[in-house]
Write a protein that binds this ligand. Structure first.
Ligand SMILES: *Cc1c(COP(=O)(O)O)cnc(C)c1O
Length: 420
C-alpha cells in the first residue's frame, strides 16, 4: 500500500509547480539513462557546451592555431566575473579560474601563512575532505606549524562554539568547508569568519559543495579567501578548472608560492625576475586547460543566468522531499538520516546511513540509479536543483525501498571498488 501523500502523482504535482523545471532542458539527458543523484560529484553536460567545445576544438584550435589565445587568455577572469555577482557574493576581479581546488588550497593557505609569520597554529576540521587535510599537514610540517583540529560531527557538521573556542591570537589561518562533503551540513560562515578576524587570523573556505547550490556571503561576511570546484554543482565537466577567491583588499598584501609566468606583472615582457601582477592574476600559475575552461564557462553561464536564490529554494525542497520519503519508507528498514534535519542547515545533498550502505549502493546502481557511496557506511544523494525532478527522487527512493524490503542487496560484494 502506498502511504497517503507519497504517490507518484504528488511528485508530479511538485514538478509542475517547480519554477526551475525548464532548466533541465539545458542539459544533455538521455531519455533512458539512469536517475542521476551524483551531480555533486560530477555535474551534467550543458547542451551549450557541446557546440562550444566543437567551436573551440575545430575553429579555434584547428583553424586559428596560436591566434586562438586572443579568445583564451581572459577565460579564467571571464568565468570568475560571471560567478561573482549572481552565484557567489563577490565583485568582479575577486574570483578567477585556476588549477585544481587542491592546488589553489595550497597556494592560498601558503599565502595566508606567509602573511601571519609570527603565528604558529592552523585550525582545521578533522572531518574535512581529505585533500584539504593532506595539504595542511604538509604545509604545517614544512613551516613548523601546529594543526589544531576541531572535530565535526559526521552528520550534524561543525559545532560553531567548538570552532570559536579553538581561536586565539596564535592562530594564523582557519581552513574549513562551508558545506560538509559527507553530510551536507552548512557551517556558520559569517560567525566563524567574524570570530577569526577578531583574533587576527585569516580564513580560507572550501566551497566545493556550496558553489552553485547555496548562497555564499563572501563579501557580506568579509571572507578573506576561498576555493572551489566547477565540476560539481557548476556543471563545468570532468576536471574543469577550479576557482579561487581573494578579497580585493587583501590581494596586494598576499604572495602565493607557485610563482609562474601567468602570475607575473607583465607576462609577455619575459622579464627574468618575478614581480607579481596586480590584482587576482597574481594567484595564477601557468597555461590553463583551455578546453576545460570552456566547459566551466558553459556551466557558469547557466548558474549566473538562474541566480542562486531559486536554486537554493529548490535544493531545500528536494532534500526535504527526500527526507520525507526516507522517514516514510526507508527508516523502518535500517536507514537513518545522516544529514541535518533542518533544510536551512544542509546544502543540496542528503546522506543516509545504513550498515550495508556499499551493498545498497551497488544494488541501487543496478536498478538504474546513480548515487554516491561515502565511507564508512553512507549513501550520499546529490539533488542538483537545475536538473533533478521530484519524480526522480520519488522513483529512486521507491526502488531503494524495494531493494531494502526484498533484501536483494545482500548478494552484492562487501569489498569496495577503486572509485566509489
Ligand atoms: C570535490 C572536493 C575537492 C576536490 O579537489 P580537487 O583538487 O578538484 O580534486 C576538494 N575539497 C572538497 C571539500 C571537495 O568536495
Amino acid at each position: 500500500m502506498q502511504s497517503a501523500g507519497f504517490g507518484v502523482a504528488d511528485a508530479q504535482r511538485r514538478d509542475t509547480a517547480d519554477p526551475l523545471a525548464g532548466w533541465r532542458e539545458r542539459f544533455v539527458i538521455e531519455p533512458d539513462g539512469p536517475i542521476y543523484l551524483d551531480g555533486n560529484s560530477l555535474g551534467r553536460l550543458p547542451v551549450a557546451a557541446v557546440d562550444e567545445f566543437a567551436t573551440a576544438v575545430r575553429g579555434e584550435w584547428g583553424g586559428e592555431l596560436i591566434r586562438g589565445w586572443s579568445h583564451w587568455i581572459e577565460l579564467g577572469r571571464e568565468v570568475g566575473d560571471l560567478l561573482a555577482g549572481p552565484v557567489l557574493d563577490a565583485e568582479p576581479g575577486e574570483l578567477v579560474l585556476s588549477d585544481s581546488t587542491s592546488v589553489n588550497l595550497y597556494k592560498l593557505a601558503a599565502a595566508a601563512l606567509s602573511a601571519r609569520p609570527d603565528r604558529h597554529v592552523v585550525v582545521v576540521d578533522q572531518d574535512n575532505f581529505p585533500t584539504d587535510q593532506y595539504l595542511l599537514q604538509s604545509l604545517a610540517a614544512e613551516r613548523g606549524l601546529t594543526l589544531r583540529p576541531v572535530t565535526a560531527d559526521l552528520d550534524a557538521g561543525l559545532d560553531t562554539e567548538q570552532v570559536l573556542a579553538a581561536l586565539d591570537d596564535d592562530v594564523a589561518l582557519v581552513l574549513l568547508s562551508h558545506v560538509a562533503y559527507r553530510s551536507g551540513a552548512i557551517a556558520d560562515l559569517p560567525a566563524i569568519t567574524a570570530a577569526a578576524h577578531e583574533v587576527g587570523a585569516l580564513v580560507l573556505w572550501d566551497l566545493c559543495h556550496s558553489a552553485g547550490s547555496v548562497p555564499v556571503p563572501l563579501r557580506a561576511a568579509e571572507v578573506d579567501l576561498a576555493v572551489g570546484c566547477t565540476y560539481k554543482y557548476l556543471n563545468g565537466g570532468p576536471g574543469s578548472p577550479a576557482f579561487l577567491y581573494v578579497r580585493r583588499e587583501l590581494q596586494a598584501q598576499l604572495r602565493q608560492p607557485i610563482t609562474g609566468w601567468f602570475g607575473q606583472a607583465d607576462q609577455f615582457e619575459m622579464d627574468s625576475r618575478y614581480a607579481p601582477a596586480d590584482g587576482i592574476d597574481r594567484f595564477l600559475v601557468g597555461t590553463p586547460p583551455v578546453l576545460s575552461a570552456y566547459g566551466a564557462r558553459a556551466g557558469a553561464r547557466i548558474a549566473a543566468e538562474v541566480g542562486i536564490e531559486p536554486v537554493r529554494a529548490k535544493g531545500m525542497a528536494l532534500t526535504s522531499y527526500a527526507v520525507e520519503l526516507h522517514d516514510a519508507w526507508l527508516a523502518e528498514h535500517g536507514c537513518r538520516l545522516a544529514s541535518p534535519r533542518d533544510p536551512q542547515r544542509r546544502g543540496a545533498h542528503v546522506t543516509l546511513y545504513h550498515p550495508n550502505a556499499w551493498q545498497l549502493c551497488q544494488a541501487w546502481q543496478d536498478a538504474g540509479v546513480l548515487p554516491d557511496f561515502r565511507t564508512p557506511d553512507r549513501l550520499r544523494i546529490g539533488l542538483a536543483p537545475l536538473y533533478t525532478r521530484f519524480v526522480d527522487v520519488y522513483e529512486a527512493f521507491h526502488r531503494l525501498r524495494e531493494i531494502l524490503a526484498s533484501g536483494s542487496y545482500r548478494s552484492y560484494p562487501v569489498t569496495r571498488r577503486r572509485v566509489t
